[in-house]
Design a binder for this molecule. Structure first.
Ligand SMILES: Cc1ncc(COP(=O)(O)O)c(C=O)c1O
Length: 379
């Protein structure tokens, strides 16, 4: 089926965090990480059938769910997951809390390559864990892990997070980088949580490599979800894949203690419909987003000389250096919102207030209008 990603779907009045804020009516929110595209038809049909049935009781996880997950990763990414290794939870952020609880001591340290998704700072901090930050290097218009810095921070750490593909820098890590990461973490006996929520969104020429397919040893887990790729973040669901039975037992206990393993029937059905029947939607959405990126790169090159767009290899979140404007990202975003009614995320919450994060998962006309206003703002 051919989908129309140019269609502008009104989201105001739907209790959307992204759209229903206190800002002006003509505000364009290119911030919170969900898409402004209607989801794939099979997902809508599956949900509509359940709504029509009209009963929303407790759900158990059916065989079809596990089969959908296993078949998806085998078919698309050559990753053969053992069903016994899957722990289902109601989101990756809840999973992170459980993993921290299971795999680190109350005063323990988590190493974190930065910039990083904001919850990777917030969850360990609120659980009382120490953070050992490992700033990455911006080299050749993209980010690279600073291996010396990372090694230094891994020495005293019990756990680390590898975000693959990476929010907010847009990197899709290569096999060689993943192998080096794995080797280093094994050397210091640091548990790796690979957050692979953005796995369906690698751009042409950049393959997502599951951490599982390079990892040696068993001191790791991978968290996957279909919610980002298929735009169903409001139907929380995620899987933690844990090969080692002892580690699995520990994390399962934390999942149970925190009661984060109960999934709604709607989330289960959405995932099955996504993985089993919506591949065409994802491939089209990914290409549309990639073309949004090319459009944006062209616009930046021609009209926004003060801003520097980092090269993207995947995700729908662009990472833009604003320091040549003389503003911090926080100042930049505050003024842009006030003067032109465009919302971006300031990089401060991701660990670098020289950058803003722009969500490009919207119709091209919306992106073009936002970029135009950005140009006016900088004039
Ligand atoms: C890297 C990363 N992990 C996790 C999440 C959120 O996961 P969940 O909604 O499953 O808790 C996001 C959302 O933007 C993200 O970018």
């Amino acid at each position: 089926m051919q989908y129309n990603f140019d269609e502008i779907v009104t989201r105001r009045g739907t209790n959307s965090i992204k759209w229903d804020n206190d800002n002006a009516r003509d505000c364009l929110p290119l911030w919170v990480a969900d898409m402004d595209f209607r989801v794939a038809e099979p997902i809508r049909k599956a949900l509509a059938a359940h709504v029509q049935h009209g009963i929303f009781g407790y759900a158990h996880i059916p065989d079809a769910y596990y089969e959908a997950v296993i078949n998806w990763f085998a078919r698309r990414h050559n990753w053969h997951i053992n069903r016994e290794h899957i722990l289902c939870t109601n989101g990756i952020v809840p999973a992170l809390s459980a993993i921290l609880q299971a795999m680190t001591d109350p005063q323990g340290t988590m190493a974190l390559p930065t910039p990083a998704y904001n919850c990777f700072f917030e969850s360990p901090a609120s659980a009382g864990r120490k953070l050992a930050l490992a700033p990455m290097k911006a080299v050749d218009n993209h980010y690279e892990i600073d291996w010396d810095v990372l090694e230094n921070q891994l020495r005293g750490a019990q756990m680390t997070i590898l975000c693959n593909p990476h929010n907010p820098t847009g990197r899709v890590w290569t096999r060689a980088e993943l192998m080096r990461f794995n080797e280093l973490c094994n050397r210091y006996n640091v548990f790796v949580m690979a957050d692979e929520i953005h796995n369906g969104l690698a751009f042409p020429g950049h393959d997502y490599t599951p951490y599982a397919t390079v990892a040696t040893g068993t001191n790791w887990c991978a968290c996957t979800s279909c919610t980002k790729s298929f735009n169903i973040a409001g139907l929380p669901i995620a899987n933690i894949i844990i090969p080692d039975s002892r580690i699995r037992e520990k994390i399962a206990r934390a999942v149970f203690t925190n009661r984060i393993g109960d999934i709604t029937a709607l989330s289960l059905e959405a995932l099955i419909a996504a993985y089993d029947h919506s591949e065409d939607w994802l491939d089209q959405a990914r290409m549309y987003i990639y073309n949004n990126y090319l459009f944006m790169a062209d616009f930046f090159a021609n009209h926004l000389p003060l801003l520097h767009l980092m090269k993207m290899e995947g995700t729908y979140l662009a990472w833009v250096d604003v320091r040549n404007t003389g503003m911090t990202a926080t100042g930049f975003c505050t003024r842009l919102a006030a003067e032109q009614h465009v919302l971006f995320n300031a990089g401060k919450m991701y660990g670098d207030d020289n950058y803003v994060r722009i969500n490009m998962a919207c119709p091209r006309a919306t992106l073009a209008e936002a970029l135009n206003r950005l140009r006016l703002f900088l004039q």
